[in-house]
Design a protein around this ligand. Sequence first.
Ligand SMILES: [Zn+2]
Ligand SMILES: [Zn+2]
Length: 78
Amino acid sequence: MTTTNSPRLRWRVLVRTDGKLDPSRPSHPLSWHLATCVDPEGALAHCAEGQRLRAANDDPDGHCLLDGQCPRCGPSSS
Ligand SMILES: [Zn+2]
Ligand SMILES: [Zn+2]
């Protein structure tokens, strides 16, 4: 039995329950963030891809910056 010590990304999903469901937006009001996301509502807490996804459908899909880097995109290696 081997236990890999790789850190697993922890997720949290936010459900927008503002009290009003807008029927004109059929997309499910879920947005995925890392559990370490410091500011789910703030664009600066997400990488460029996350900000693009947020603008598109309010779901950054876990592209939350962690120590200034997005663990989803990984370190940018040119
Ligand atoms: Zn986030
Ligand atoms: Zn990213």
